[in-house]
Design a protein around this ligand. Sequence first.
Ligand code: HEM
Length: 238
Amino acid sequence: MEYFKIIDEHEKLNKGQQKQHRDFVDVMLSYLNQPMNPNDEEQTYIIDQTNIKAIILDMIATALKTSTIVIEWVLAEIIRHPRVKSRLQKELETVVGMNRIVEEANLANLTYLDMVIKESLRLHPVAPLLIPHESMEDVTIHGYYISKKSQILINISTIRRDPNLIPFGSGRKGCPGLQLGLTTVRLVLAQLVHCFEWELPHGMLPNDLSISERSRLTAPRAQQLLAKPVYRLPDKRL
Ligand code: HEM
């Protein structure tokens, strides 16, 4: 119901005025009652409010799920590697200091954090086989013939060992949330490592932390990460 409310509010606000800032819902609404394929003369599929609601729900669910999986993996890898954690904390102390919280504007200067996240994405890609793709026509790639309408699974888990490739997929089916996803992950992780020390329970050592993954369409940690945050900034009110 909340989704219909959001759509209604946007429709009301859009009526009769040129908004300067158009958000995702505005863009989706501009497709309302349009054929999904403009070349389809019979207009078989028309985008209605229910489709828009489903797409918004999909985007929110995908954004939350992927970002959470990445954050949990990176934090686990940081805890497993105390040397990396110390270097990251040093970078945060230099760029941000110890008397304020990390803000989005600081992210551009946190280059080591960026490297740590990229390495973790290489080791633990969120979708090890990406999302199944389908070939639109007969095609030969690197000598392999793929007939039209074949389902293609791309084994990014193996490809990730190639330093030239990235973990968000690529081409027209690549991840549209790349910028939002990376910004969210960077900001949350920067704050988690800057504000807290992370202690493992029951005298566990960093090396004891499991790196098993649950293999489905996405690959989260097999066991949830259990660690105790201990506040480390001098001003407890921050
Ligand atoms: C760090 C976080 C994220 C990672 C690692 C990630 C990764 C991926 C990957 C690997 C794919 C499959 C690409 C392919 O099959 O070629 C994908 C697709 C997709 N992602 Fe993300 N993603 C992230 C964040 C987000 C966010 C924040 C959103 C939405 C706001 C989003 C929306 C989508 C959608 C809609 C697709 C399907 C695209 C299509 O099939 O055309 N993702 N993502």
